[in-house]
Structure formats: C-alpha cells, structure tokens
Ligand binder design. Structure first.
Ligand code: ZN
Ligand code: ZN
Length: 317
C-alpha cells in the first residue's frame, strides 16, 4: 500500500507566513555566501545538505491522508484543508470522469478534519461514489450541518456525486474486495476520535489522531497493544512539546516524547509524528525532532524509526 499525507497541521490551518519565508531566505543566503558555488551540481549538493527546516516546510494544511492499495483503490482518512489538494489530484484520475469510488473514513468531525470537504472536487462530479465510513451514527447530519447556507453556499446534498453512509459497528473489521482490511479503535479525545488500521499482504499501517496519551495513561497504553502492536507504520498525534502538554492537559493531544514512549511500548517500526501545533514554525518543529531522537536514545535505542510528517510525504509499505 502507498500512504500520502496531504495535511499534517493540527487544529487550524497555518500557512507559511511572509516573515517565516523571509527568515528562511536570509538563512539560506547566509550559508550560500561562504559556499562558492560555481556549478549546477554544487548547487544541488548545497540544497541537499541544507538542514530540514530550510529544505522543507511541514506545511499548513490540516489532516487528510490517502491510502492506495496495491490494486490501486483509494481510501482516504479525514478531509481537513489538505483534502482540497487531494481532490485536485484525484480529479485527474477516474474521479474527473465520474467513475471514481472513494472510501472515506473519519476519525471525528472537529473542523480541522472536515473543513476541506466543501472544496473536495470529486464530490461535485456526477457518477462518483463516495462511501462515508465512521462509527458515528449521525455522520450524515454532521456533514449536512457543515454546509447549511449560513456557513457555505452549496448544501452537502446539492453536490452531484452519490454519497452512501456506512455506520461502523463496534469491533467491526471491513474486508474490501481488493484484499484491504480496515479496523478501528477509540482514542481519548474531547468528543471522541478513532484510529484506523489498514492491513494488506501482511503489512500494517495505523493512522491515529487526535489522541491524548499522558504519563497517567500507561496502563491504557499497554492495554491497547492488541490493536497497535507490531505495526509497520504508525502516524500518531504528536502536537506538543512535553512542557506545553502539561499546560494543555485534557486538550486531547499528545506530546512528541509521549508519542515515542507509546511507539516503543507497542513495538512500532516507523513512527510518523503529525498534527503539528499551528503556533510552531518549521524551525521549532524540526528542532523537536532532534529532541525526540535524543529521547529515544535515552529509552534504550529500540529499533524505531522516527519521522516528522510533512505535506506531500509518501510512505510505501
Ligand atoms: Zn485535529
Ligand atoms: Zn480533534
């Protein structure tokens, strides 16, 4: 399966500001002055060796990911503002011809996980089938409510695609025709949230945001090993620094260090940290990555790969 991250910002979209952009340019030019670049190869090498906070931006769009099975079927989890970009890509495939079928799962319906849906072009194309899947019995009502005329000009059912709602039952495991198996697990978050596990040909991927794990939850974390244990790739809520997580106790999100603790307990192979705090700039987010690599070393060097989620990232497994 192939996973693509379209939105990794938490809570609220946070585009790169002009000030942050100017700071990046200044830092890059200062490094460039001493490097005496005289060829294209040297320029490529210079860019490749830039620190991550200058080479990349983690991006400003909120949660949306796609999972594409080996057979080519597209699954999506959440439709935050990153859903606009995902839709623009999908519209260039069978979804542009009204022949697309999308299985769209929702972790929950906080704004940052649904706000991209009115801007998701495939829902406007007649002939496309969108299967809305979640454990929320009233998901359709929530989608309709987001697009009442006081909030958006086009009502949800005014869009031309066919929409079907599938209410997932407790402990249900969906087995799709292409061999993909999807299961889900509740997470601690105000108003509730669910993690989704995708399994194909022995490979396991879990997407788990929004979720709050703290030092008080160690028993709960261990009890979740049956669902989370031994997964190849886990994309997990890691919104805050440890200090900020104490100040924002009960806000429903996890610190980077606690995310590493969870991944270590569950024996995860690759942890992808997501739902970045909108107030953190690229420099701060990438500095945090350095800190958690150090934290992992203190935990005893479990064979855990740590990655910072950034917009447009593709993970193959
Ligand atoms: Zn969120
Ligand atoms: Zn939330």
């Amino acid at each position: 399966m192939k996973i693509k991250l379209y939105g990794v910002r938490g809570s609220l979209a946070a585009p790169l500001t002009n000030q942050a952009y100017s700071e990046k340019i200044r830092e890059i030019v200062e490094r460039c002055i001493d490097s005496h670049i005289t060829s294209q190869d040297q320029l490529d090498d210079f860019i490749n060796k830039l620190p991550d906070h200058l080479k990349y931006t983690v991006g400003g769009d909120t949660t949306c990911i796609t999972v594409t099975s080996d057979a080519g079927h597209v699954y999506m989890v959440d439709c935050g503002t990153g859903g606009r970009v995902a839709g623009d890509e999908l519209i260039r495939t069978e979804f542009g011809k009204g022949k697309g079928v999308l299985d769209l799962f929702f972790t929950h319906t906080h704004w940052d996980h649904i706000a991209g849906l009115p801007f998701f072009k495939p829902v406007y194309v007649p002939g496309n089938l969108i299967n809305f899947r979640s454990p929320y019995e009233d998901l359709e009502a929530r989608m309709i409510y987001q697009q009442v005329k006081e909030f958006f000009p086009m009502p949800f059912h005014g869009t031309a695609s066919t929409k079907k709602f599938h209410h997932l039952q407790k402990d249900e495991v969906i087995e799709f025709e292409d061999g993909m198996k999807v299961s889900f697990h509740p997470l601690k978050h105000p108003g509730g949230s669910y993690a989704y596990k995708f399994e194909e040909k022995g490979k396991k991927f879990i997407f788990a945001t929004d979720a709050e794990f703290t030092g008080d939850d160690l028993d709960m974390i261990r009890n979740m090993s049956q669902f989370f244990g031994g997964v190849d790739v886990l994309v997990l809520d890691s919104q805050y620094t440890l200090d900020e997580s104490f100040a924002k106790f009960d806000w429903g999100h996890t610190s980077y260090t606690m995310a590493v603790n969870c991944a270590t307990i569950w024996g995860i192979k690759k942890l992808v940290m997501t739902h970045h705090e909108p107030a953190y700039n690229d420099r701060k987010v990438f500095d945090i990555l350095d800190e958690v690599i150090e934290h992992k070393r203190h935990l005893g060097g479990a064979p855990l790969e740590l990655i910072l989620a950034r917009e447009g990232m593709v993970l193959d497994l």
